[in-house]
Design a binder for this molecule. Structure first.
Ligand code: HEM
Length: 407
């Protein structure tokens, strides 16, 4: 039986529910009309990120490529082509760039906080998206005229929300991807013909002048897809910021510990936000060639899903996984396969998220801002969130009022 409808019904819990029912971390099903193997846990992640066992070509569904990823991007490449493209991404994630990201994020939160003092109420999710769109463009050296900030934020938000949506919402994501690609393609053309001169170490410069393995420049569309692969997910960090705000409200004892802005405590807290709350449910790959693992046969071409949410909540990895406990990260062993909110394995040669380190920098700064740099009241609201809707968010998007800045 095809279980695609159950994925929509059960969302983040689709794989975990069956793991519990079958008492197994691996099972086979049918999804979108084809066989699919679903698995979770540390050993499953170790297998999934073995490049001799799985490939990404042909793994992501068309609806994801048309909205979230874009076509021809790094997510769909394998082997030397992937390593070469990924090296370009990782070259942008150096220490100075991370520090710069932190400073830019601080500046834009402080500007936003000052605006909020004269507002009746503020919706954290909406505000975080716009703040992070400005942050993303400034960090990447993509010009963003003030008059266009809200529109461009809306484009990225539509792409993020369209992937698991149907009807108008999905179509909007597809059309805004087209608009965003045209916008960035024009900038790439301007860089190449000298009209625009971004700093040499910037995203816009690096990606506009990147050459593939045959020493050819990327075509303008692919360069735009990759630049959007930086901008869009930075805006998506707003989802984590919204859950961070929820955790601050619901965990007053944990919040108190953050009063000194201690870096280690800020990091523990945001790591727990990434472990605890749902974001990316699972990642897909295809079996590279036939093999047997723990008695299960994997046949070439079969779709395989690794459950990220389920692994981050696996009871054999995490003690009391259903509790929010940032201190657990004092004892975490740092394995690249047991804590995988942004994928697992190696950043350089595998498909693990290229933006994981800047996500952490943005989140630590956002946490410090929301916990220590402003005071506010929290009106009564519905902060529950759904495990069916992807991406999930607190229903109220977190509303605060009577904001006062403390800086
Ligand atoms: C890949 C999650 C933020 C850029 C991924 C993957 C996941 C993920 C699950 C796929 C891993 C795999 O296929 O095995 C997230 C989450 C984020 C986030 C939850 C928080 C909002 C970012 C940021 C950037 C970024 C801020 C860039 C600045 C990428 C890229 C890839 C990727 C380029 C493709 C890597 C590859 O295929 O080699 N991310 N990500 N992500 N992410 Fe992120």
């Amino acid at each position: 039986m095809d279980h695609s409808l159950n994925v929509l019904r059960e969302g983040y819990l689709f794989i975990t529910n069956r793991n519990i029912g079958f008492q197994s971390d691996i099972f086979e099903t049918r999804l979108l009309g084809e066989r699919a193997i679903c698995m979770r846990g540390e050993e499953a992640a170790r297998l999934f990120y073995d490049p001799d066992k799985f490939v990404r070509t042909g793994a992501a569904p068309k609806r994801v490529l048309k909205t979230l990823f874009g076509e021809g991007g790094v997510q769909t490449l394998d082997d030397s082509e992937h390593h070469h493209r990924k090296a370009m991404f990782m070259s942008l994630m150096n220490k100075e760039a991370l520090q710069q990201m932190r400073m830019i994020t601080r500046k834009h939160w402080e500007l936003a906080g000052s605006r909020w003092e004269s507002a009746d109420q503020v919706e954290i999710y909406k505000e975080a998206q716009e703040v992070l769109c400005r942050v993303a463009c400034e960090w990447a050296a993509v010009p963003l005229p003030e008059s266009e900030a809200t529109e461009k934020t809306g484009w990225f938000a539509a792409m993020i929300e369209a992937t698991a949506a149907f009807g108008i919402k999905h179509r909007k994501g597809r059309s805004t991807r087209g608009q965003a690609e045209e916008w960035i393609q024009r900038l790439v053309a301007d860089v190449r013909n000298g009209v625009l001169k971004p700093p040499e170490d910037s995203v816009l410069h690096t990606m506009s002048w990147h050459r593939d393995l045959t020493c050819e420049l990327l075509d303008e569309k692919t360069a735009a897809v990759e630049i959007i692969n930086i901008l869009r997910p930075i805006v998506a960090v707003a989802i984590y910021v919204c859950f961070t705000a929820l955790a601050i409200i619901q965990q007053p004892d944990e919040r108190k510990k953050l009063m000194t802005s201690d870096e280690k405590l800020l990091k523990n807290f945001v790591q727990e936000v990434r472990r605890f709350y749902p974001f990316f449910p699972f990642v897909p790959a295809r079996v590279r060639k036939d093999f047997i693992w723990q008695g299960y046969s994997f046949e070439k071409g079969v779709l395989t899903l690794l459950d990220l949410y389920g692994t981050n909540h696996h009871p054999s990895i995490w003690e009391q996984p259903e509790l929010f406990k940032p201190d657990r990260f004092n004892n975490w062993n740092g394995s690249p396969f047991n804590f995988i909110p942004q994928g697992g394995g190696d950043h350089d040669v595998g498909h693990r998220c290229a933006g994981e380190w800047i996500t952490l920098e943005i989140m630590k700064e956002s946490l410090d801002f929301l916990a220590n740099k402003i005071s506010y009241e929290v009106p009564v609201q519905d902060v529950s969130f759904s495990f069916q809707k992807m991406p999930s968010l607190p229903h109220s998007r977190i509303i605060i009022q009577r904001v006062k800045t403390l800086y």
